[in-house]
Design a protein around this ligand. Structure first.
Ligand code: HEM
Length: 131
């Protein structure tokens, strides 16, 4: 039986492992390596804070992920199938190490963010359309 996500060490393991898959992925890695030349020494701690805030109620993250991804979409279009890949990699990483209530929440919250980002992107591309 796997354990649930309970502390910051679990979050670090999750985020570090996830980004190892992301940067090797043929569908989405270029966003992180070419479109935005991310400094992972800064980005990973941002992601630890984001997930700690969402899952462990620590309120250490201050930022606006939706705006970040709308800006990214203006640099290089983000497609629905690329969000699907992001989610598949995230869910696989969660399942690799964890199970339980918070692990399920990690997958649900990511999917909620995916839906929100996609809705905003569609609206930005076509503000007149009925969603
Ligand atoms: C195709 C899907 C996605 C791609 C290619 C992508 C790519 C990126 C990139 C390149 C950044 C860095 C932006 C920058 O610093 O300028 C970023 C930041 C971030 N992403 Fe994503 N992302 C995707 C989906 C998601 C999803 C579904 C989530 C939901 C949890 C998410 C959460 C975040 C967060 C929290 C940040 C940090 C924002 C900040 O700096 O405050 N991303 N993403």
């Amino acid at each position: 039986m796997k354990k649930d996500i309970t502390d910051i060490n679990d979050i670090r393991l999750l985020v570090d492992t996830f980004y190892q898959s992301v940067i090797q992925d043929d569908v989405i890695s270029y966003f992180f390596t070419r479109i935005v030349k991310l400094d992972f020494d800064q980005h990973l701690p941002t992601m630890y804070r984001f997930w700690e805030t969402v899952l462990l109620k620590q309120a250490s993250y201050q930022g606006n992920p939706v705006t970040k991804h709308l800006e990214l979409h203006q640099k290089e279009p983000l497609k629905e199938y690329q969000f699907d890949r992001w989610i598949a990699l995230w869910n696989a990483t969660v399942d690799q190490y964890f199970e339980g209530k918070i692990a399920n929440e990690a997958k649900q919250k990511a999917d909620t963010m995916r839906q929100l980002m996609l809705a905003k992107i569609k609206f930005m591309d076509n503000p007149g359309a009925i969603q």
